[in-house]
Design a protein around this ligand. Sequence first.
Ligand code: PLP
Length: 507
Amino acid sequence: MAEVTGRQARPPGLADLRQTPEPLLSELSVADRPGLDLPRPDVPAAPLPPAALLRDSLPLPRLSEPEVVRHFTRLSQRNYAIDTVFYPLGSCTMKYNPKLNDELARLPGFAGLHPYQPEETVQGALALLAALEAALAELTGYGAVSLQPAAGAHGELTGLLIIRAHHRARGEAHRRRVLVPDSAHGTNPASAAMVGYETVTLRSDERGNVDLRALEAALGPDVAGLMITAPSTLGLFDEHMLAITEAVHAAGGLVYGDGANMNALLGVAKPAQLGIDVLHMNLHKTFSTPHGGGGPGAGALAVTAALEPYLPVPVVRRAGDRYALDYQRPQSIGPVRAFGGHFGVLVRAYAYIRRLGADGLRAVSEAAVLNANYLRVLLQEWYDVAYERPCMHEVVLSGRRQKARGVRTLDIAKRLIDYGFHPPTIYFPLVVDEALMIEPTETETKATLDAFVAAMAAIAREASDQPELLRAAPHATPVRRLDEATAARQPVLRWATPGRGHGETGA
Ligand SMILES: *Cc1c(COP(=O)(O)O)cnc(C)c1O
């Protein structure tokens, strides 16, 4: 395997650029430099607002157009992005999203729609929603799908409201506990708490499965259901999935499936057949929407036929050769947001599914699982693997070997930045000591995976020979270790500090 030394794995040209701090636009400004020269207007001047509302001066930086373009283009390259580097952030499915799907979402007939348009003018959009619902229902094995939730966690909230409505309709409102394995995503217990449920944590066993004895002990007549992340955040498929769902059903509960990451299951397994009653999928992870910046998303929710009456309104209904939005659903939990969902995300998902087809979607899963296992096998020479068995679309390592030498997982993650890779998810899942959660996704080549392994191997060697180097990483960035906790609690939102340059300051 090729040795990676220094910053060899960085894209050429970017390394040096990243090391110098970017000046503020106001610092680049030259007082008499013309920026944009507008022609003299040949129309009458519009009346100005009252003088009290006008500024005396507007001290904008003065730069030429190419200077401005270069400034913002350089700034944009400071960010790690899936379009520039490998981005193995576990649980986030940072895969490459085909640009074609963006282009289709931008078609004027889709992008220019207004949610208050009369139904007869949006028949094509409604047809797309109905077809996407049908495709997702087919992929997952469910009777009905809602495209309304705006994110994964929102899908969880919606699904739990449906579970609560189901129990209430059966006169079982006393069911108030929700069981959540310790390998579930962190949003699961939070969503249960938002619905007013009390959550009970179930421990994992030594193979990373839900501990069946703990499950049996926790089940009872007051249990509303179980929320299981499938595959779990340990990157594992629970070996007793059917036993788990049967036990919950036998106790009168329902099973919620967190299917945010469908990358391992597409075309391979239908969650409905595993006994999961309600499932959300993050269309912005598995189904082709770029989401590194935090949105918009879509948490499509699939439910069994028995739960269909509770779905949020409106639902898209076909009446003859027309589509209509149906609000007349007395058992519905009501709308969970304004209008129909993030339509552009839904267009991308539909385009992705139609372009790949059934065989293509299965190939996505096979490659995602193969890539994760390839990394698992190669990396275990250098790092402990949390659970020594085949993984699904992601693999969880433990940095405990390195911790024994005084190097923490945080140091390893920071050092990876020097090697030109976005770090994996770290310290999650919580049940793994010094966790590194790596999700390569199906869109990476063997060459990229090999370069990543070489970097991880080099870092493991550095952890033995030069631990100080790692503890001070990153070395190749304009800023080093940031105080992330303070940055989040006391954010500095001004674009220029007072007295620096001549830019305006303000939040
Ligand atoms: C990302 C993720 C979520 C939350 O999705 P959001 O869209 O960020 O709300 C929930 N569960 C799992 C397993 C996830 O990976």
